[in-house]
Design a protein around this ligand. Structure first.
Ligand code: FAD
Length: 510
């Protein structure tokens, strides 16, 4: 055999660089399901199932082309190294080829595994992304500070997306001033239900395997309906563009009890597994605007998430790993509250976000950033524990995208690489953006006393604890000015209540 092409669970793209020059007469594909990948963080059942179902469907699609796929199902080998060694011994390839992995440690593991096998390993650039790692490094070099907005403008110029010559269409780069509404008192009304993908026989087999092998893992599979093939992913994209894009921007930051999807696309897992090309997604959104099917603010807001944020966080990951994962700029050490794994809490917004996370493997961005993430940040949870939780529970969780979002954007543990200030807010933000406070026994206006909202208590406590470090940050001026209005007694009461809360949550059983 000439080449063995290594394909990882998040590289399921038959047009990827790994297959350049593939010759079925002398090459084969290698894929492996490794249980350790689901246990190194305590992965939720929906997350494991999405990966395995998509991998098995991809295997079948390649075999239908007549390609040889050496596929190791769950339980055959303890790790990638052993699975690869077995294949090399059986197939005797002369070289190994792969595309850059989505996780630093996995890339290292393959490079290390190739050495004792005595085989060259060719690592090819991942063409899935608009911005290569080298191009991001060029963008970053010489800059004192990296900011998404400047990177995004560069990407718009480089790709010509939403551009007229060298100017942004409509004259502005960013239309967020038109976005970010809440649903108001009457709620979202009738929401367009996203396209569901009923599990086929192959997926049902995966669900049964996951239930059997990972029965004690968090989450459940009853509602599993994710796209797990490239054609399904394309259908999911079409469904989003036709029914939800037009209101995406407007309600991007809104929350509503019992409504997990709102106007979000649900495309992150399909894109991260490479079932869906982000160029196709961006082009479809731009076309919808050009044809008058979506306002510019919605199309631009959506495109920014993909052409901007998604590419930017990948750049940050590869630029700062492996030390990035160790960062803990705010010296946070509290344990993760046990209810993150069960959803069993009296606080309505957390209960809703955690419940759907475990049930569906999904929460939208504002739930991740301003509910579960914010609570962890304010409480002072060790960012490593937060990272492990986010990597475990979401169907779209792959380290290159999860880690900078969690450690950087959400927990400010990177000291300001990702975000120019910690995203902190009191319960009043949550009250403004959704309806959970109306169903909660806590009052977001109160920071102390029996009805105090924990977000509000912990918000002021956070500012008190970190005031000296935050004082030099001009973007924190207003929040610190409000803090300065609290008298000594109020400060002491807030700190006392926050300490009690922290003790209570730390001592609840894991
Ligand atoms: C703490 C935290 C952890 C996160 N972990 C992940 C993760 O593991 N995997 C993941 O794909 N996203 C992650 N995100 C980003 C974002 O929340 C999800 O991409 C989004 O919620 C997925 O749902 P959707 O497809 O409906 O997205 P939409 O709201 O419809 O957005 C469209 C697309 O934009 C991209 N996108 C949006 N925001 C971001 C962002 N901040 N970073 C990167 N891409 C973005 C996604 O590909 C998404 O599919 C995280 C955010 C936070 C705050």
């Amino acid at each position: 055999m000439r080449r063995l092409i290594l394909v990882l669970g998040d590289q399921l793209d038959a047009r990827s660089a790994a297959f350049d020059g593939f010759d079925p007469a002398q090459d084969a594909v290698w894929m492996a399901e490794i249980a350790e990948e689901s246990t190194k963080v305590w992965s939720s059942k929906p997350r494991i199932a999405v990966f395995l179902a998509a991998m098995r469907h991809f295997r079948e699609a390649l075999r239908e082309r007549g390609w040889q796929v050496d596929y190791h199902e769950l339980g055959t080998h303890p790790n990638f190294t052993a699975a690869l060694a077995a294949s090399v011994q059986a197939l005797q390839p002369r070289e190994l080829v792969m595309v850059e992995a989505g996780e630093w440690a996995i890339q290292r593991a393959f490079e290390d595994a190739a050495i004792p096998l005595g085989l060259p390993l060719e690592v090819r650039e991942d063409r899935h992304f608009f911005c290569s790692r080298a191009n991001f490094a060029r963008h970053a070099s010489g800059r004192k500070q990296l900011r998404m907005e400047f990177f995004y403008r560069d990407m718009r110029r480089r790709t010509g997306v939403l551009m007229e010559g060298d100017q942004p269409v409509g004259g502005q780069w960013n239309y967020d001033a038109d976005n970010r509404e809440s649903f108001g008192r009457h709620g979202p009304g009738l929401l367009p239900a996203p396209r569901r993908f009923e599990p086929d026989a192959l997926t049902r087999g995966v669900l049964a395997d996951v239930k059997r092998r990972f029965h004690d893992h968090p989450g459940d599979l009853a509602a599993f309906d994710w796209p797990v093939t490239a054609p399904q992913a394309r259908e999911a994209l079409e469904d989003f563009i036709a029914h939800r894009l037009a209101d995406f921007g407007r309600y991007q930051d809104a929350l509503w009890e019992g409504e997990p999807w709102l106007y979000h696309s649900r495309l992150s897992a399909a894109m991260n597994l490479k079932l869906l090309d982000p160029r196709e997604v961006v082009a479809a959104a731009e076309q919808a605007w050009r044809e008058g099917r979506a306002p510019l603010a919605a199309a631009e807001g959506f495109i920014r998430q993909i052409l901007g944020w998604r590419e930017y966080v990948r750049g940050i990951y590869w630029r700062f790993m492996p030390e990035y994962v160790e960062r803990n700029a705010l010296a946070a050490t509290a344990p993760l509250p046990a209810f993150y794994w069960t959803g069993d809490t009296e606080w309505a917004c957390l209960r809703d976000a955690l419940g759907q996370t475990l049930r569906l493997g999904y929460a939208h961005h504002i739930q991740r950033l301003m509910v579960t993430g914010l609570f962890g940040l304010l409480l002072g949870v060790d960012p490593r524990r937060m990272h492990e939780w986010y990597l475990a529970v979401y169907v779209d969780a792959v380290e290159w995208v999860e880690l900078p979002n969690t450690l950087g954007m959400s927990q400010y543990a990177d000291g300001g690489v990702m975000a120019s200030k910690p995203y902190v807010a009191s319960g009043k933000y949550l009250q403004r953006m959704g309806n959970h406070c109306a169903q909660c026994r806590c009052d977001p206006g109160q920071s102390t006393g029996p009805r105090a909202c924990p977000f509000t208590t912990l918000y002021w406590d956070f500012l008190l604890r970190h005031e000296p470090a935050l004082r030099g940050n001009p973007r924190m001026t207003m929040q610190l000015r409000n803090l300065s209005r609290l008298d000594t007694d109020k400060r002491a009461a807030i700190r006392g209540q926050a300490d009690l809360l922290r003790d209570r949550l730390a001592s609840s059983p894991p």
